[in-house]
Design a protein around this ligand. Structure first.
Ligand code: FMN
Length: 204
């Protein structure tokens, strides 16, 4: 899975990171994440990068100090340091989240917990899927985002079951995703509004 940076035509575009929220073999998450990544690559008002948790194999959080503590010891894990830097280099986030037992995935929560200051005062949006389109996981993730001093935006993209069913039945889930293109664009438009507002406020 590929990434891009935010330096284009000499202009700094807001950097939107799409986070792939599961890592298991055969995962579904990479399908909507890759679809959204390719769709956002066509926009000139942002720079998009894909953050795949498989590329950041972090140990389960077992640190003596909270990442919220500015005096914490440096992390030893290269993956954690790269992950923290990637979050710090992004202005806003779209998390593509599965629903496991009516919650989010453990690997996603671990990735959220490892970072603090780099999340602060940035907007975040969610794409959910599952039996009830990931609604329960996404609502819980909104609460976590608030504790990370983020701004979870109102729009979310809750994928109809038909998207997952298409893959299970040998069809192409991208055909189903393309029907959600307008809703995805509206979500990104709203995320960009918050991104520009919060980038300006953080710069003051
Ligand atoms: C441990 C586990 C728990 C699950 N619990 C739920 C659930 O509570 N609600 C739901 O809609 N789907 C649930 N599912 C089914 C998932 O929606 C489905 O497996 C989906 O593909 C998971 O996302 P992923 O493939 O990106 O990991 C569960 C799957 C697993 C592996």
């Amino acid at each position: 899975m590929s990434t891009s940076n935010s330096e284009m035509n000499g202009l700094e575009r807001p950097s939107i990171a799409i986070i792939v929220g599961s890592t298991r073999p055969g995962r579904f998450s990479e399908i909507p994440a890759q679809w959204l990544y390719e769709r956002l690559q066509g926009r000139e008002d942002l720079a998009v990068r894909l953050l795949d948790l498989r590329d950041y194999p972090m140990p389960y959080f077992d640190e003596p100090t909270s990442p919220a503590n500015p005096n914490r010891e440096p992390f030893e894990s290269d993956a954690v340091n790269r992950w923290t830097a990637a979050i710090g280099a992004s202005d806003a986030f779209i998390v593509v989240s599965p629903e496991y037992n009516h919650g989010y995935s453990a690997v996603l929560k671990n990735a959220l917990d490892y970072v603090y200051a780099e999340w602060n005062r940035k907007p975040i949006a969610f794409v959910g899927y599952g039996g009830v389109s990931g609604a329960r996981a996404v609502e819980q993730l909104r609460l976590i985002a608030i504790e990370l001093q983020m701004a979870p935006i109102r729009p979310a993209l809750h994928l109809p079951l038909a998207v997952m069913a298409a893959r299970q039945q040998g069809g192409d889930p991208v055909d189903e995703l393309n029907q959600l293109g307008d809703r995805a664009d509206a979500l990104v438009d709203d995320l960009l509004w918050w991104t520009e507002a919060l980038n300006t406020a953080r710069a003051r």
